[in-house]
Design a protein around this ligand. Structure first.
Ligand SMILES: Nc1ncnc2c1ncn2[C@@H]1O[C@H](COP(=O)(O)OP(=O)(O)O)[C@@H](O)[C@H]1O
Ligand SMILES: [Mg+2]
Length: 297
């Protein structure tokens, strides 16, 4: 069936130039949706030729350049919201999760975070001074609008001067987060996946030898992880703190001194590691169908 014929539902799986045919993991979602009688096709958010009104819903997937084109993407998102598109996740969640200052909301709600200082865009701040005041010797500085470890810098506080220019450049565009570097990352970053707030599966993402960034683009690998019911409950509390219930959510964090510290709550465009659990694609597809209104439930 062609997009635009309304006899059956057609979803856009929203992607970017670099992944015109989606990332391989999401092909499992395409198949699972098809099993439910729902067609889905990739659509590149920045492609002006796309008519977004032909789709029954827009599922944000691999828009992995949005943080490099933040204002353009924000305008695209607002245009879809204004046009009444059915977004998945919902527009209120996407707006909130766009900028990592949402971490401050979660901290205020009592979520244990990787210790984080937020510096606002354009603010002049002495990163080294702030870090020293907290006793941090090695830090990570990263943009508040980011993904895939974009513009993420790790350095010793005593060498902060070497990084002043790149931090100033980031601050000209958006805010930054300053955190202590947690060597526990070498044991891996845990990701817990939820559909409609229900826990599905977990993976441990490990950096390549000599790396600290766990993303596959830096050679990171992942494996299925067993997690305790207590950890699932803690992660679920993060998911429920979003402005509305996300269809899909990934809770990322590291274990330090036996405690799970949140790195980020990804309810925007997370890789969902669907291949890591045989039922994950169907769970995701069913949650998406629920967002459509569950007409064929
Ligand atoms: N405080 C930190 N300590 C250790 N590693 C970190 C820290 N902050 C980020 N990293 C590494 O950098 C990666 C990217 O940072 P993250 O906060 O997850 O941003 P994003 O995934 O949005 O780019 C993480 O997955 C992790 O590997
Ligand atoms: Mg991350």
């Amino acid at each position: 069936m062609k997009a635009g014929e309304k006899s059956c539902r057609v979803l856009a799986l929203v992607t970017c130039d670099a992944y015109p045919d989606l990332y391989e993991d999401d092909l499992l979602l395409v198949d699972a949706l098809e099993q439910l009688g729902i067609e889905s096709i990739p659509a590149i958010w920045s492609d002006a030729a796309v008519d977004w009104t032909i789709f029954d819903a827009l599922v944000i997937r691999t828009t992995w350049d949005y943080f490099e084109r933040a204002e353009e993407f924000r305008a695209w998102l607002e245009a879809r919201i204004a046009a009444g598109a059915l977004l998945c996740n919902a527009g209120d969640i996407l707006r909130w999760n766009f900028d990592k200052r949402y971490l401050q909301d979660l901290e205020a709600a009592g979520v244990p975070l990787v210790p984080t200082i937020c510096i606002a865009r354009g603010e002049r701040a002495d990163v080294a001074e702030l870090a020293r005041a907290r006793g941090w010797e090695e830090i990570v500085v990263k943009p508040t609008i980011s993904g895939g470890a974009y513009r993420t810098y790790r350095f010793l506080v005593k060498n902060a001067a070497d990084h002043a220019q790149e931090i100033d450049e980031t601050l000209a565009d958006c805010g930054v987060l300053v955190q202590p570097f947690l060597p526990e990352i070498f044991n891996g970053e845990l990701s817990l996946l939820f559909f409609d707030g229900v826990f599905s599966h977990a993976v441990r993402k490990r950096p390549a030898p000599g790396e600290y960034r766990v993303q596959f683009t830096f050679g990171g690998t992942n494996e299925v992880a067993e997690v305790s019911p207590e950890l699932v409950a803690q992660a679920r509390a993060c998911v429920l703190a979003a402005p509305s219930l996300p269809v899909y959510a990934r809770v990322d964090g590291v274990i330090k001194d036996g405690q799970f510290l949140l790195m980020e709550l990804e309810v925007f465009e997370p890789l969902l590691f669907l291949a890591a659990h045989p039922e994950a694609p169907e769970r995701f597809a069913r949650a998406v169908r629920g967002r459509l209104g569950g007409k064929d439930e």
